[in-house]
Design a protein around this ligand. Structure first.
Ligand SMILES: *Cc1c(COP(=O)(O)O)cnc(C)c1O
Length: 953
């Protein structure tokens, strides 16, 4: 590697060259190559280097990407369909969206060191609950369309009706209808898309989906149809617009059981389709069926209110093949932004924005009418329809003037306004429609419209009445609130987050900069392709690089998370079998050690899961696989396998495993969450996989955002390429007639964060990426070697090494000292660390993945913390510390506990607070003590507590 000060790889990698030598020595290896030869099976090792552009510096990569970005054109897009331009308050943009204190955090499973984002998410849930008028909201889903599909499956699970038909109103957003159809087809659900006004309820249905306001802007009274649906035992879902709900009767008040939608227009940039946080709200009665994560209030060991993920063990995909949803990574960072947008504006501010948008829409309608255009119905909120002879001609006229309008039919244009629309925008647009005629004075227009919402639809109930939505309207107050919450969370800005399988590596600042460029984030997902040439080039390059890295023929960037990649990949496999007349292939083999999303995805794809045993070394039991593959040969659809295994080992038999499945006519789906150990060393396609998803938010540097966003593209072999997901509004996504329908709302998913992965690959080049894999493996083996004398390493490969992560067996601690893995996880907080992955994939263990970005000094610090804890446990075992009154059982220790005047514990305050030397220099303070999960689940509270709950703090 070159030693130039501008070589990016040397910034991305933690250990310095001299450290690498020292670490190799500790492992007894001559060289990195020596280590790799002992870790990666020889028969799958890539004999050449990857064919990627030469690496370049941060400045060079940014310049190259800027030139690409400049090929995108930013027009005023009034295309609607669930996406509206908005103004991200700069204080939120800089201090959340662009702030590593927020974007590098992990999913808040370790709640004591995640109180900040948990509070921000509780605000989001409260906001959604208030605006929709429903009791419980989750902390986000991936997009509006998949949220609607989740609503459909929840409806099927809970409806009294035994029908298999789902009604979808024809005036829902078109991409939503298409995603629901894809989801339904796999489950054998019949979707009836029709005009609600024509529906007579003679056909039994188990649920219905309505849009409010509808995609054409109309508002209808849904009360009676929902009553009729309920009379049949069906569940009603209303897809709605949060901004409109500041003015309109919320769905919960006219009978809806579920409300879904996109919170994007609350301060989140358009980003050519994402990422944005979808919301999902429902009645208390369905709380156990809600997909995704819910933040709930509980109490800590001191009896103080404390937040954590509610019903955690019931997180859907953990139910494996009983799950009805596979959602794991969601859109936390974007939900945080939307929640803060509501905190910043409050009810009054949001209402004022909504009134302005509504008013402008009405003015536009009035004026178009006075110009002689027909407006078939009075606009309800932000969208109007104008009838024209030739919409395409009008579209190109307005495009020339800088506007994108929607073509709704061969006689209709749709215009959807937003927070950013100014009066001069309206004049510009009207000038096009006037075609040389003069316009009336602006004042006359203002006078022509009323602010009164039709009383039949006007919202009566107050919302956002909680003080949190009233206290932070000045920038100073908001800035301090943001920082207060941030300081409660442990992110990568404080310490390594060694979560096995999650790959919490560096999210370099240079990689993050481009997501704020207007050329990437100000573009509507359905803007004409002629305006998004830069994006097209970015996609094409990124796809080709990911194809080279995995060895596959084609890549789809549409899936918004790993779980969505799994689902898409399995549907692609299914379509392939169908295309060969083998519809009966519906069995999916899944090793017992698989991540919960795997069986959940298989079930969503309509497949039947057959588990495969693992042997006592953690590998797939090849004879069990052989036997099951033969037993189900006629029905075998696929094997889902993670590689290196979830046990952190490169299984020697992987090529043989793939061959067994192929022999019986099945396809191999590879869960690529662990690709970080493979890049440049081996290619999934080459050792036998047919499909593989990649987690760009793991291996390719997109930050975790505290639980999302993510991107889970899939790579496929040539024979599967025709079946990749398509999009109803953007045929270019995949125009093959055999293509799968869309599995996400936007054609290229979360397009605006793809520049992060582009930057990473561009700057690292083939040599840097391969070096990263090697260092990731070195770092994991270094930790395994240092900690093995204290904690047994559960699984190793044939030659005694692990791959890029290792499992520490903590079960002996329970026998000797009554210490649970959770006690160790909480004690790590006192040392300033986030726990590794807890009790997965093996109960009672910790799985450590350091990644290549952590330096030797940080690895040593972590090892010292783990060794320090070992000695504490030892003191309990030997009777020097009390079995219950000890620093592990009481961990973590917030300051207010340590400073109680009547400290009477059997260990000292110093030992509690400063267990390691570095904690005196810089101490990360948890703000609550151990949280009682069970209490919160018994007393479920998922929105902001009254302030009185905190009064004695
Ligand atoms: C992270 C992970 C997934 C799920 O990915 P999401 O992006 O969270 O949906 C699936 N399998 C494995 C092994 C993982 O580590």
């Amino acid at each position: 590697m070159s030693a130039s000060p501008h070589n990016f790889a040397q910034r991305h990698l933690g250990p310095r060259p001299a450290d690498v030598e020292q670490m190799l020595q500790k492992l007894g290896c001559e060289s990195l190559e020596d280590l790799l030869a002992a870790v990666v099976p020889a028969d799958i090792r890539l004999p050449r280097s990857l064919n990627l552009p030469e690496p370049c510096s941060e400045a060079e990569a940014l310049a190259e990407l800027r030139a690409i970005a400049h090929q995108n054109q930013i027009l005023r897009s009034y295309l609607g369909q669930g996406y509206a331009n908005c103004l991200t308050p700069p204080v939120i943009q800089r201090n959340i969206l662009e702030n590593p204190g927020w974007y590098t955090a992990y999913t808040p499973y370790q709640a004591e060191i995640a109180q900040g984002r948990l509070e921000a998410l509780l605000n989001f849930q409260t906001m959604v609950s208030d605006l929709t008028g429903l009791e419980i909201a989750n902390a986000s889903l991936l997009d509006e369309a998949t949220a609607a599909a989740e609503a459909m499956t929840l409806s099927l699970a809970v409806a009294k009706s035994k029908s298999q038909t789902y009604f979808v109103a024809h005036n829902c957003h078109p991409q939503t209808i298409a995603v629901v159809q894809t989801r339904a087809a796999a489950l054998g659900i019949e979707v009836l898309v029709a005009d609600l006004l024509q529906f007579d309820f003679q056909t039994p249905i188990f649920g219905l989906l309505l849009q409010y306001p509808a995609t054409d802007g109309t508002i209808a009274d849904y009360r009676s149809v929902i009553e009729q649906a309920h009379a049949q035992g069906a569940i009603a879902t209303v897809a709605c617009d949060l901004l409109a709900l500041t003015l309109l009767t919320p769905p919960g008040e006219f009978g809806a059981d579920i409300a879904v939608g996109n919170s994007q227009r609350f301060g989140v940039p358009l980003g050519y389709g994402g990422p944005h946080a979808a919301f999902f709200a429902t009645k208390e009665a369905y709380k156990r069926q809600i997909p995704g994560r819910i933040v709930g209030v509980s109490k800590d060991a001191q009896g103080q209110p404390a937040l954590r993920l509610a019903l955690q063990t019931r997180e859907q995909h953990i139910r494996r093949d009983k799950a009805t949803s596979n959602i794991c990574t969601a859109q936390v960072l974007l939900a945080v932004v939307a929640g803060f947008y509501a905190v910043y504006h409050g009810a009054e501010g949001l209402t004022a924005i909504a009134r302005q948008v509504r008013r402008q829409t009405q003015i536009l309608a009035e004026e178009l009418q006075s110009l002689g255009f027909k407006i078939p119905q009075q606009p309800g909120f932000d969208t109007l329809i104008v009838e024209v002879e030739d919409p395409k001609v009008w579209q190109s006229r307005t495009e020339a003037a800088g506007f994108n309008l929607r073509c709704l039919s061969d006689r209709q244009l749709g215009i959807s306004l937003d927070e950013t629309t100014t009066d001069s925008d309206l004049l510009d647009l009207l000038t096009v429609f006037a075609q040389g005629r003069s316009l009336p004075a602006w004042e006359d227009l203002q006078a022509a419209v009323t602010d009164e919402v039709d009383p039949a639809f006007a919202r009566q109930t107050p919302f956002l009445t909680h003080p949190v939505f009233q206290q932070y309207h000045s920038e100073t107050e908001l800035l301090r609130y943001i920082h207060r919450l941030q300081s409660r969370d442990l992110s990568l800005t404080t310490a390594m987050i060694p979560l096995g399988s999650c790959t919490m590596k560096l999210n370099a600042t240079a990689e993050m900069l481009p997501i704020s460029w207007p050329e990437f984030n100000q573009i509507h997902p359905f803007a004409p392709l002629s305006q998004t040439q830069g994006y097209q080039q970015l996609f094409q390059q990124l796809e080709s690089w990911l194809a080279e890295i995995t060895g596959f023929a084609a890549v789809s960037l549409q899936p918004n998370a790993g779980s969505q990649g799994e689902y898409a990949g399995l549907l692609v496999i299914q379509r392939y079998h169908q295309s060969r007349g083998e519809d009966h292939r519906q069995i999916c083999l899944i090793p017992q050690s698989a991540h919960g999303t795997n069986p959940a995805s298989a079930v969503m794809a309509g497949m039947k899961v057959v588990p495969i045993a693992c042997d006592d070394r953690g590998n797939i039991d090849v004879s069990d696989l052989q036997q099951k593959a033969a037993q189900y040969a006629d029905q075998l659809a696929a094997l889902m396998v993670t590689y290196p295994s979830t046990h952190g080992v490169f299984e020697e038999a992987i090529a043989e495993i793939c061959a067994i499945v192929h022999q019986q006519g099945g396809q191999v789906y590879l869960d690529g969450a662990n690709l970080n150990a493979q890049v440049g060393l081996c290619q999934p396609a080459q050792f036998g996989a047919d499909v593989c998803h990649l987690n760009l938010h793991k291996t390719f540097c997109i930050p975790h955002g505290g639980g999302g966003p993510g991107v889970g593209p899939i790579g496929v072999a040539a024979h599967l390429a025709p079946f990749l997901p398509s999009h109803p509004l953007v045929p270019e996504a995949n125009a093959d007639p055999q293509a799968l329908g869309p599995i996400a709302a936007a054609p290229w998913g979360s397009a605006s964060i793809l520049p992060i992965s582009w930057m990473y690959i561009r700057m690292m080049g083939a040599a840097g990426l391969t070096q990263a894999s090697a260092i990731a493996i070195l770092n994991a083996n270094y930790i395994a070697t240092r900690l093995a004398p204290y904690y047994p390493i559960l699984y190793r490969g044939d030659r005694g090494f692990v791959a890029h992560e290792c499992i520490l067996d903590l079960r002996p601690l329970k026998r000797t000292a009554g210490i649970e893995v959770e006690d160790v996880a909480k004690r790590l907080m006192d040392y300033g660390f986030h726990a590794p992955t807890m009790s997965w994939p093996v109960l009672g263990t910790l799985m450590v993945e350091p990644t290549e970005s952590e330096s030797l000094a940080e690895l040593d610090r972590f090892c010292e913390a783990m060794i320090g804890i070992y000695h504490e446990v030892d003191a309990i075992a030997s009777g020097d510390l009390d079995p219950l009154d000890n620093p592990l059982k009481h961990a973590p220790h917030p300051a207010d506990v340590l400073l109680q005047s009547d400290w009477n514990r059997a260990y000292s305050r110093e030992q509690a607070a400063y267990p390691a030397p570095w904690t005196r220099e810089h101490k990360f303070w948890p703000v609550v003590s151990r949280i009682d999960n069970a209490y919160g689940d018994r007393n479920l509270v998922c929105s902001c507590l009254p302030m009185s709950a905190y009064s004695d703090r």
